[in-house]
Design a protein around this ligand. Structure first.
Ligand code: GTP
Ligand code: MG
Length: 195
């Protein structure tokens, strides 16, 4: 796939703010600061399509990006950041649940985890949740530039084991900094959209 066009189509917290459910969607989920927005910018080749920040909890809304007029990438709000206001943490669960339950265009959710760390309890919970909805299968290990080539396979094994991945689930190491791994991910996304 070649991303020719990408634009922010909607910013939502409630279903009535979603764009019309007329297109396939692939969402990105992961803890705050894991690199969801950076990955989106990498895939679209646009430096600042999605806001990236050093302070976690930047994306607190469900952001819909329309790609090539044919599908959407959906940047989901990050979880697991304590300093996000109580109000927001309280709303996060129902907000995600509503989206997962009613969105018929939603094909898969790509789960992002930091390559350097074993997935957290919340990452595990998130992946179970995706399995429950049949949206699991693709994991992106972010910030791959932070580990050596030697360490990479070991880190991926830890991720596979901790998330209890199935044999055919894929883990794709990606670096937004070094701009690596995006082709593999785009290939997987093509597959999902063709299914
Ligand atoms: N070294 C390195 N840093 C990265 C990479 N991707 C993201 N970062 C950094 O990680 C921080 C968080 O990135 P974001 O893309 O904003 O993360 P996010 O998951 O969208 O965060 P929230 O919106 O808070 O949920 C920023 O400081 C990025 O520059 C990467 O591949 N390598
Ligand atoms: Mg973000």
């Amino acid at each position: 796939m070649i991303v020719k066009e990408a634009q922010l189509e909607a910013v939502a917290v409630r279903a009535n703010q979603y764009p019309e459910d007329t297109m396939p969607e692939i969402a990105f989920a992961g803890r705050s600061n894991v690199g969801k927005s950076s990955l989106l910018n990498l895939l679209t080749g646009r430096k600042s399509l999605a806001r990236v920040s050093g302070s976690p909890g930047k994306t607190r809304t469900i952001n819909f990006y329309r790609i090539n007029d044919s599908f959407r990438i959906v940047d989901l709000p990050g979880y697991g950041y304590a300093k996000v206001s109580k109000e927001m943490s309280k709303d996060w669960g129902p907000m995600m649940e509503e989206y997962f339950q009613i969105r018929s265009g939603l094909r898969k959710v790509v789960q992002l985890v930091d390559i350097r760390h074993a997935p957290s309890a919340q990452d595990i919970q998130m992946y179970q949740y995706l399995k429950h909805y049949g949206l699991d299968g693709i994991v992106v290990a972010t910030k791959a530039d932070k580990v050596s080539r030697n360490e990479m396979q070991k880190c991926i094994s830890v991720i596979r084991r901790t998330l209890d991945l199935d044999r055919d689930d894929v883990v794709i190491p990606v670096s937004a900094l070094k701009r690596t791994g995006q082709d593999k991910l785009l290939e997987q996304m093509d597959k999902i959209l063709e299914e």
